[in-house]
Design a protein around this ligand. Structure first.
Ligand SMILES: NC(=O)c1ccc[n+]([C@@H]2O[C@H](COP(=O)([O-])OP(=O)(O)OC[C@H]3O[C@@H](n4cnc5c(N)ncnc54)[C@H](OP(=O)(O)O)[C@@H]3O)[C@@H](O)[C@H]2O)c1
Length: 318
């Protein structure tokens, strides 16, 4: 049996369950690409999701352990399964791996071909791995769910975070006027991403400062979401990635509310890659760790302020 180095958890729990060890090397099944991983990035919350540990999406609830975390990948196609035409061996690819299967904290991972796209030219693997989840979420919120148009006024809550830092840049690239909420220490950072105005979320109420808004992008939830109806124009839309907006509140304000969960998309990763190649979208990496140090990286991420993604660098297997 071919083997590889990987980070795995053999039973459900937090980062303390993650072990750097030798594991079986996967093979590319039909319609899949075996990726030699060069970088992966961390979504700390994934260790708390049922989908990470059980086959919750297919309804069986079967235990999936041992699992491999970290579902954003950048690497090189090492083999392609039957039926794959979009990727050839040797191509540099990046993508979001469905959370219901093994992730990329390993030397190899097999990924459905339609979850991958060509890595943005000129971007190294570490920075490419910081892109898929957050950029796809921001893209799907603004383009698919809010249909943002040039000239519209967009309010983005949580603008300095992983999703927010992409959302500000994508909204600005679409020609929207962006007002953002963020911590006071992140004002200059969020302004540099393209926000016209940055409001301190711990300062004066955003309702008193934002003015009329066409689209609210809620990356925070709770009271921030509830308070946001007050700034929406009639006919406006509140898109949340945290919790479903209350339909009664939406109706009271003549607005629309929607919630969604990000999905892998070959085509949208391609559009995002074009924005990166044109210099309109710059991935933000907080710091890079080695594969063997993945557990410590998950541990320190609990509750810590970060700007952009924490990336796992994976050296080429011998
Ligand atoms: N539905 C989906 O498909 C999907 C996809 C990705 C993420 N998510 C969820 O979306 C949320 C955001 O994800 P993320 O990766 O961007 O998180 P993140 O990197 O932790 O960023 C959150 C940001 O929000 C800021 N913030 C906290 N309280 C705020 C407030 N009251 N007003 C404005 N900003 C505030 C934080 O600032 P401080 O650092 O100062 O606290 C931080 O900059 C998470 O709950 C995540 O689980 C959902």
């Amino acid at each position: 049996m071919d083997t590889m180095h990987a980070v795995r958890a053999h039973s459900r729990g937090g980062p303390e369950r993650l072990t750097y060890e030798t594991a079986p090397r996967p093979r590319a099944a039909p319609d899949e690409v075996l990726v030699a991983v060069r970088a992966a990035s961390i979504t700390a919350d994934e260790l708390t999701w049922d989908a990470t540990w059980t086959d919750s999406f297919d309804g069986t609830g079967a235990d999936r352990t041992p699992i491999i975390p970290s579902h954003e990948v950048s690497g090189i196609a090492a083999a392609v399964g039957p039926g794959v035409t979009s990727v050839a061996v040797g191509d540099e690819v990046y993508g979001l791996i469905p959370f219901t299967r093994d992730g990329a904290a390993a030397e190899y991972v097999s990924v459905p071909a339609d979850a991958l796209a060509a890595k943005p030219a000129g971007l190294d693997h570490d920075r490419a791995a910081a892109v898929p989840l957050a950029a796809l979420t921001a893209w799907q919120a603004l383009v698919d769910h809010a249909s943002v148009k040039a000239g519209q006024h967009v309010l983005i809550h949580g603008a300095a975070g992983g999703v927010g830092s992409f959302a500000v840049q994508i909204a600005a690239a679409l020609g929207a006027r962006v007002t953002a909420t963020a911590a006071a220490r992140d004002r200059d950072f969020v302004t540099s991403l393209g926000a016209e105005r940055v409001l301190d979320y711990a300062g004066a109420r955003f309702e008193d400062q934002a003015g009329d808004v066409d689209v609210v992008l809620d990356l925070v939830g709770g009271r921030t979401q509830e308070r946001s109806w007050a700034v929406l124009r009639p006919g406006g839309v509140l898109v949340s990635i945290v919790s479903p907006p209350d339909p009664e509140r939406a109706a009271e304000h003549g607005a629309r509310g929607t919630f969604f969960i990000v999905e892998p998309s070959h085509d949208e990763l391609g559009s995002i890659a074009r924005l990166i190649e044109n210099g309109r979208l710059i991935p933000v990496v907080d710091h890079v760790v080695e594969l063997a140090d993945t557990r410590e990286a998950y541990e320190t991420l609990r509750g810590e302020h970060q700007r952009g993604k924490v990336v796992i660098h994976v050296p080429a297997a011998p």
